[in-house]
Design a protein around this ligand. Structure first.
Ligand code: FAD
Length: 377
């Protein structure tokens, strides 16, 4: 059996690994001329680590990153709002892994044989026939397979051809991301600091290196401030508690990324015939739970389990979608809710939000995390 996977993001690469483990000849077609993940960090949470364990790459991901421990929510001035202690998290869920995106990509690529990823291949559509599916590429090239997986991200062409359901929904805020090396070997537990209409999150990658993210409410497509990204970040976050200003200062201007944040209303069905979707193409979500790529990983492993040993490809894909749709939709909804709370601007509502978060007993905090982090794909 041959699978055409469109898109070599975290979802597409994991799908190819999982499908190949299941005996399917999976080939990934990526539009970019070279594979270059953006230079930011990523958290691979315990639910996704369990899925990676099933396809034999979890140890390599652990070795490429840092096992994260604990985390607190603070106010902009550094006052502790809520905390889930490291021991409680580890006892309940195990440890998640944080690493840079290029490292994760490299690790996934290393689990694939040469030739499993073809670059410079932009999919423009597909044609379904009774006995197979043909992917169409710009320049007129065609590839035939038994199934086609659209892992082509937020602006998925495969999704557009399947459902034509328009643009994703702008969530009302924009996010910056960056990597900073403090050069002093400093480590520390991650935290997220909440302000009014903006947040700043910090994740230690070990050895003095940190991944950070920050948000602000803004109209869609807003241009960078004339003074540049770093200066705008310093203007907004320079008065927040340390090490936030130091981290921003230690980040190179050119390496600061900025993306508007989107999600979509969850779909009930992700495919038709021999075609299906996976990852952001199926269920883009706001980054508030750090689950976008984790859900793509869960998808990939579930997809391979359903395709393996099932002669009726369309049936296998519908079963995969049935298994995944509600799970992914619930994470999309939770992320959206958390995003709304995190981006609140009204001072009274912010005070109420902080008070509610601070008063929540540990038992309840863990119970809230359970459906997301405790899930076994
Ligand atoms: C600020 C921020 C922080 C985040 N933090 C986390 C986190 O900590 N943990 C986490 O799990 N998730 C996180 N996410 C979400 C995560 O980045 C995404 O959900 C994830 O990368 C999606 O992976 P994907 O493979 O589905 O899509 P993508 O990574 O978008 O990959 C799609 C690939 O398809 C290719 N492609 C597109 N169109 C075509 C075409 N027509 N033909 C061929 N190739 C094509 C693209 O070039 C790309 O390589 C974060 C997101 C943001 C914005």
């Amino acid at each position: 059996m041959r699978a055409i996977v469109v898109g070599a993001g975290i979802g597409g690469l994991t799908a190819a690994i999982a499908l190949r483990k299941a005996g399917v000849e999976a080939v990934v077609f990526e539009k970019a001329p070279e594979l270059r993940e953006i230079g930011a960090g990523i958290s691979v949470w315990t639910n996704a680590m369990k899925a990676l364990d099933k396809i034999g790459v979890a140890d390599a991901v652990r070795a490429a990153g840092r096992q994260e421990i604990g985390g607190t929510v603070r106010s902009w001035s550094g006052k502790r709002i809520a905390e889930v202690p490291a021991e409680a998290l580890e006892k309940r869920f195990g440890l998640n892994v944080v690493l840079t995106r290029p490292k994760l990509q490299e690790t996934l690529l290393a689990a694939l044989p040469d030739g499993a990823v073809r670059l410079d291949a932009q999919c423009v559509g597909f044609r379904q026939e009774g006995s197979g599916v043909t992917a169409l590429f710009s320049g007129g090239h065609e590839e035939r397979g038994d199934l086609l997986v659209g892992a082509d991200g937020l602006h998925s062409v495969v999704r557009e051809r399947l459902f034509g359901d328009g643009r994703p929904r702008y969530a009302g805020f924009t996010a910056w991301r960056g990597l900073a090396d403090l050069g002093d070997g400093r480590e520390g537990d991650g935290f997220e600091a909440w302000g009014r209409g903006n947040i700043f999150g910090l994740v230690s990658l070990g050895g003095g290196r940190f991944y950070w993210y920050a948000t602000k409410n803004a109209p869609e497509g807003q241009r960078d401030a004339p003074e540049g990204r770093k200066a705008e970040l310093m203007r907004r976050f320079g008065g927040w508690h340390e090490p936030i200003p130091t981290i921003i200062e230690a980040t190179e201007e050119a390496a600061i990324l900025r993306n508007d944040v989107y999600d979509r209303e969850p779909l009930k069905r992700w495919g038709r015939g021999r075609v299906t979707l996976l990852g952001d193409a199926a269920h883009p979500m706001t980054p508030n739970l750090g689950q976008g790529a984790c859900q793509a990983i869960e998808d990939a492993v579930a997809l391979a389990e359903h395709v393996s040993g099932e002669a009726d490809v369309a049936k296998a894909l519908r079963r995969y979608e049935e298994r995944r749709a509600e799970r992914a939709a619930s994470v999309v909804r939770r992320s959206r809710l958390l995003g709304r709370a995190a981006q609140l601007e009204n001072p009274l509502l912010c005070a109420l939000r902080n008070a509610v978060a601070g008063a929540m007993p540990l038992r309840l905090q863990l119970r809230q995390l359970d459906p997301v982090l405790g899930y076994e794909a």
